[in-house]
Design a protein around this ligand. Structure first.
Ligand code: PAF
Length: 282
């Protein structure tokens, strides 16, 4: 695996693959890699001739600057995991290379980006679209891989890809969980032993709610999860929304659509965790 530090070097390197008509798979990340990222890289390695993984902690998507400062940076172990997983190139650009001047572009994918994360983290998805579009321009992949844990991000990236007419197949990959159910996240490494124990209630409540949902209304299921989190030690619910999986808008009847997902954001101490569960659908 080769480490590449600049867009220019990346493009020179990939031009050879393109000349040979090789398929390029791309996995954008912010580092602090775990088995969830490894599953995206594996999928890309299986489906493409060349796999590029970017590691870039993107400042423009952090609405809370202390969150940016605390974001874990573990380049050495990240490269080890990528090497083992079979990535061809790891792209580690500088902020100056990605943002030679401030990016003033505004991305508006309303109503996808106005609810849930969009409502609680103003500007977050604008920053995500800024960096992902820049990375797409730099890598020009055939396929790009994103985790379904960031359910809303995946929907917005799909919409951006469509609207900006990128010829890139967006591949969504299932959430990877610890054996006890906690969704893998780079932020988990910031949890104390006690917080890690408390955080487990998030996935447990979501799993239990799928059984509950079979015999209850959406409003009752919503209340079931909210109550479980509010009564759990050390957790603070930011939102739990049961939404149409295509439009991300709240639903009120199970019959409304064939794709229904429950999305949650919870503070565990000062670590903000997200997760989601599918009630109905593809
Ligand atoms: O999901 C992430 O890690 C980030 O939002 C992404 C897509 C790499 C953009 O910085």
């Amino acid at each position: 695996m080769k480490t590449i530090y600049t867009i220019k070097e990346l493009q020179n390197t990939l031009s050879e693959a393109r000349l040979l008509n090789q398929k390029i798979g791309f996995v954008p990340t912010m580092g602090a890699l775990h088995e969830g990222h490894a599953s995206l890289v594996q999928k890309s390695v299986e489906g493409n001739d060349v796999t590029v993984v970017s590691i870039f902690v993107n400042p423009t998507q952090f609405n809370d600057k202390s969150d940016l400062a605390k974001y874990p940076r573990t380049l050495e172990s990240d490269c080890k995991l990528l090497e083992e997983t079979g990535a061809s190139y790891v792209f580690v650009p500088s902020v100056e290379d990605m943002y030679p001047e401030p990016d003033t572009r505004q991305f508006d994918y309303s109503p996808l980006d106005t609810v849930m994360e969009g409502a609680f983290r103003p500007g977050h998805f604008n920053g995500v679209c800024q960096i992902v579009s820049k990375l797409f321009d730099a890598v020009q992949p055939d396929r790009a891989y994103f985790g379904e844990k960031d359910f809303q991000q995946l929907a917005i990236i799909r919409e951006m890809t469509k609207q900006l007419k990128y010829h890139i197949e967006i591949v969504g990959c299932p959430i990877v969980r610890e054996a006890d159910g906690l969704a893998l996240s780079s932020r988990n490494m910031r949890l104390s032993v006690e917080e890690r124990e408390n955080a487990l209630k998030i996935s447990q409540s979501l799993f239990k709610s799928t059984t509950f949902a079979q015999t209850h209304t959406i409003a009752e299921t919503q209340h079931f999860v909210e109550e479980a989190i509010e009564n759990a030690a050390g957790l603070k619910l930011e939102y739990f929304s049961i939404v149409n999986g295509y439009t991300l808008q709240p639903v009120s009847e199970w019959e409304e659509t064939d794709y229904i997902v429950g999305c949650i954001a919870v503070f565990c101490g000062d670590v903000r965790l997200i997760d989601n569960i599918k009630y109905k659908g593809i």
